[in-house]
Design a binder for this molecule. Structure first.
Ligand SMILES: Cc1ncc(COP(=O)(O)O)c(C=O)c1O
Length: 413
């Protein structure tokens, strides 16, 4: 076999993706402020990120002077250590090991305690990312022989967690409570059961029927896990999430969410009863067998979270601009699917048409990506717009004009 033959099977598979218009490439992208980015050297309006509150694009500055009370308090008798943790130049860029070895920097316990109080749960546990949280939580609480009921449009990280768990999977039709109940009825009494759902669906922008899911899980003796990736920081008066906003609190057994979207940093959490946290520390492999997030990242998460709580205008602006943008798109004749949040799909159908639409948007200075299978079901390719609190109405107005012109050009409206 020659060197050039060695990867022929890969080349073949990639060619297949190209033929199906499912091939993906990376593009250099830098944040430029006020909802703008520079992609491939070109300035574009950013209608494609998860930085809903605009905190990720803001230059990160450690609070100092009168704002210094925003620092995580440090409960340690070693004052030099406290200074290191709190002083900007002393924040560690690396944690050195997993949490269970030597990576459990004091910032962790303090942050987790504060964040659990915010969520209204007994405890909270930080994970490296939302992907790691989902695979770790689900694969540790379910084993072979258990049953899991998962909305068909749940995020890939939930699907991967389920696969890892080896539990029996029942995928219910999107938000279809009758279908879910019929599956729950058929399941064996006494078996461990988990219902799992996104709170805001990442590619459709609609909300899960959480109150009804709580009732079903109570009726059938199941646990309920809610992924607040796209609702944390966005819903609830202070951004506590959709579970909290609906007053469901501890009736939801497991809440998880990320710090990578509205909070604009990185990392994720599981929140729930103390026993759940104790269990995850002992069983979740993506928590145990990985290096802890650097203390400086945890401090940044803390700072952005506090800022998102203080700056309620970001949530208000986001909701206002999202509703306005969606209504304007509909008035122009576009199909925005099921959207009722800051995630607004423009339903197109075919992969090629969606890719052509996205390319034209980018040529016109609007960053928005075509979402294709396998991320969404076959035949449901779309452009996924996502709004930011920091977009200006004049930029959005201009974008709408461009979107309309492209839609007409491609005979979509
Ligand atoms: C619903 C949902 N859960 C989990 C994740 C993963 O989160 P992270 O990006 O922090 O790994 C995502 C990310 O896109 C998501 O949309």
């Amino acid at each position: 076999m020659t060197t050039s033959d060695r990867w022929q099977w890969m080349r073949d598979e990639l060619e297949q993706l190209k033929r199906k218009a499912q091939y993906r490439t990376l593009h250099a992208t830098a944040m430029a402020g006020e909802g703008w980015i520079v992609k491939n050297g070109r300035s574009m309006l950013n209608l494609a990120s998860n930085d809903y509150l605009g905190l990720g694009q803001a230059p990160y500055e450690r609070p100092s002077g009168p704002d210094a009370e925003n620092d995580l308090p440090v409960s340690t008798s070693d004052s030099s250590c406290a200074a290191d943790i709190l002083h900007p130049s002393g924040l560690r860029a690396g944690s050195g090991a997993s949490r269970l070895i030597t990576g459990h920097d004091p910032v962790y316990a303090l942050f987790e305690q504060e964040f659990a109080a915010f969520k209204g749960t007994e405890g909270c546990l930080v994970f490296g990312s939302g992907y790691m949280a989902n695979i770790g939580i689900i694969s540790s609480i379910l084993q072979r022989g258990d049953e899991v009921f998962s909305d068909r449009l749940n995020h890939a990280s939930i699907v991967d967690g389920i696969i890892l768990s080896r539990a029996e999977i029942h995928r219910y039709r999107h938000k279809d409570l009758d279908h879910l109940e019929s599956l729950l009825k058929k399941s064996e009494p006494g078996k461990k059961k988990l219902i799992v759902t996104d709170a805001v669906f990442s590619m459709d922008g609609d909300l899960a029927p959480l109150a009804e899911l709580v009732e079903l899980k109570e009726r059938y003796g199941a646990m309920l896990m809610v992924d607040e990736a796209h609702s944390g920081g966005v819903y609830g008066q202070l951004g506590e999430g959709l579970v909290h906003a609906l007053g469901l609190g501890v009736r939801v057994d497991i809440q998880m969410g990320t710090f990578s979207k509205a909070y604009g940093v990185y990392g994720a959490y599981a929140a729930g009863d103390s026993i759940l946290i104790e269990y995850l520390i002992n069983k979740a492999r993506s928590f145990i067998f990985t290096t802890a997030l650097p203390p400086m990242v945890v401090q940044a998460v803390h700072d952005h979270w506090q800022r998102s709580v203080r700056e309620g205008w970001r949530r208000e602006q986001l909701h206002e601009k999202s509703a306005w943008f969606r209504e304007r798109l509909k008035a122009l004749g576009f199909d925005t699917g099921l959207s009722e949040s800051q995630i607004i799909p423009l339903m197109i159908g075919g992969n090629r048409e969606a890719v052509a639409f996205a390319e034209k948007l980018q040529e016109a200075g609007i960053a928005a990506v075509a979402i294709r299978p396998p991320t969404v079901p076959e035949g449901e390719a779309r452009i996924r717009f996502s709004l930011m609190a920091t977009h200006t109405y004049s930029d959005l107005e201009q974008a709408l004009g461009t979107i309309e012109a492209i839609g007409k050009d491609l005979s979509i409206v």
